[in-house]
Design a protein around this ligand. Structure first.
Ligand SMILES: CC(C)[C@H](C(=O)O)[C@@H](O)C(=O)O
Ligand code: SF4
Length: 467
């Protein structure tokens, strides 16, 4: 046996390699495959045209999320393209024996929320989905990443995929997070530090006290946005917090299978002397609540800071200038006090119960600003039920907010939830690209606390002042 120190990533990867191709990619086995309505229909067509079947239907899970409406989900979907995609997901799932949580199903929700929530996502697994934010599942010590439609077809047919091994990066954050600093701020800070392309070609392990002390939902928020700095994915070593989250969930292993998982999870950590291709270390004390001012997730800063001057940004002056023009901002302006028209709480980044709790902690006893339109969208029906059970819905209603039904919603505005041209939205989602939340929409990415502070004051406000 080799005693070569290895990383967590290598351990999981190597355990799944079915065949190595010399000077080529590895072929490796996929434990879990999630599918949604947007990227699966063409894969199923390809499968059919080749006369292939689905090798392990019990390893694939389907949910409808991207173009589902977030009100009146009991009514037929009006948009024909969306309706067709939703129908295709349902028909294909039924045909191949894949479990399908469609619109209205009590387990329906955003794919990266429902997987973990139901105990499908487990430590040490390989997990793929035709969706870039599959990186979310890395929070459990799984290797999880997004794939293209042709790869979806490959996984359906063979349960395997061909991938070159990425480079390895470790990002360590030590110390204790300050007041009102949430996991979203940690990842926005990291991306602002290393830029939106700073991890391109790497798989990132997050390590250090900040992640050790973080809840699973927080770890999911962090791993979710790994892709926004170009990384293939993010991974965090499983620990007692991970196992505590999974235990007892409906599809999680039980009895002996659970004991086996616990024993396996204990082996899933990076050895002390293992090396990475690149390492960064940050200090929690340097992180304040963050907000983006530009049109990529790396163009962000601490909320109390001014928009940086052109010479101070890492991303190149041309894209910075173009960003500011699109956003209607000037260099060196304060972001605090900027007017806000829309607030979006939701997405696979921040649409879980802890995000709604954080939002409610600021809303409680206050009122929504009159001119703000707020879309509060739970990540799943399970989250929606928790919001009601915990009395959070009452707090929201009293403050003048409404709760919508689960789905991706304004995160990518594939349904009717589009921010109008020129309007400013403080959004808890993960992408602020031009037009991402609707043609001409202007997105400021932030945490649920910053979103709540904006929702009650109608402008960008430091949440530390309201807590
Ligand atoms: C529609 C889907 C392919 C896309 C992704 O891959 O991420 C979406 O989820 C997004 O967030 O932009
Ligand atoms: S919530 Fe947003 S980021 Fe997540 S899967 Fe849906 S569209 Fe993609």
């Amino acid at each position: 046996m080799s005693s070569q120190p290895t990383t967590l990533f290598d351990k999981v990867w190597d355990a799944h390699v079915v065949r190595k191709i010399e000077d080529g990619p590895d072929i490796f086995f996929i434990d879990r495959h999630f599918i949604h309505e947007v990227t699966s229909p063409v894969a199923f067509l390809g499968l059919e045209s080749r006369g292939a079947g689905v090798l392990f239907p019990e390893r694939t899970f389907a949910t409808a999320d991207h173009n589902t409406p977030t009100i009146n989900q009991h009514l037929p979907v009006q948009d024909p393209l969306s309706a067709n995609q939703l129908k295709a997901l349902e028909t294909n799932s039924a045909k191949y024996g894949i479990s399908h949580w469609g619109l209205g199903h009590h387990k329906n929700g955003i794919v990266h929320v429902v997987g973990p929530e139901n105990g499908i996502t487990l430590p040490g697994m390989t997990i793929v989905c035709g969706d870039s934010h599959t990186s979310t599942h890395g929070a459990f010590g799984a290797i999880a990443f997004g794939i293209g439609t042709s790869e979806v077809e490959m996984v359906l047919a063979t349960q395997c995929i061909m991938q070159p091994k990425p480079q390895k990066m470790r990002i360590t954050v030590n110390g204790i997070l300050g007041k009102a600093v949430l996991p979203k701020d940690v990842i926005l800070y990291i991306i602002a530090q290393i830029s939106a392309s700073g991890a391109t070609g790497y798989f990132v392990e997050y390590a250090g006290e900040v992640f050790e002390n973080m809840s699973m939902e927080g770890r999911m928020t962090v791993c979710n946005m790994s892709i926004e700095m170009g990384a293939r994915g993010g991974i965090i070593a499983p620990d007692a917090t991970t196992l505590g989250y999974i235990e007892g969930r409906e599809l999680a292993p039980k009895g002996e299978a659970w004991d086996t998982l616990v024993a396996y999870a204990q082996t899933l950590k990076t050895d002390e002397d293992a090396t990475f291709d690149l390492e960064y270390t940050f200090d929690a004390a340097d992180i304040e609540p963050q907000i983006t001012y530009g049109t990529n997730p790396g163009l962000g800063t601490g909320i109390s800071q001014h928009i940086p001057k052109a010479g101070d940004v890492k991303d190149g002056e041309a894209s910075y200038q173009k960003s500011l023009k699109y956003m209607g901002f000037e260099e060196d302006e304060s972001i605090i006090g900027k007017p806000v028209d829309y607030v979006f709480l939701g997405s696979c980044t921040n649409g879980r119960i802890e995000d709604f709790r954080a939002f409610a902690s600021i809303i409680k006893g206050r009122k929504k600003a009159d001119h703000v339109t707020a879309w509060l969208v739970p990540g799943s029906h399970v989250v929606e039920a928790q919001i009601k059970e915990e009395g959070i819905l009452d707090i929201l209603t009293e403050a003048g907010f409404q709760l919508r039904q689960p789905g991706c919603s304004a995160c990518l505005a594939m349904n009717d939830d589009k921010i109008p041209t020129g309007k400013y939205a403080v959004s808890t989602s993960n992408r602020n690209f031009e037009g991402r939340q609707g043609p001409g929409a202007r997105t400021l990415l932030a945490s649920p606390l910053v979103a709540a502070a904006a929702a009650v004051t109608g402008q960008v406000t430091d949440p530390r002042e309201l807590l």
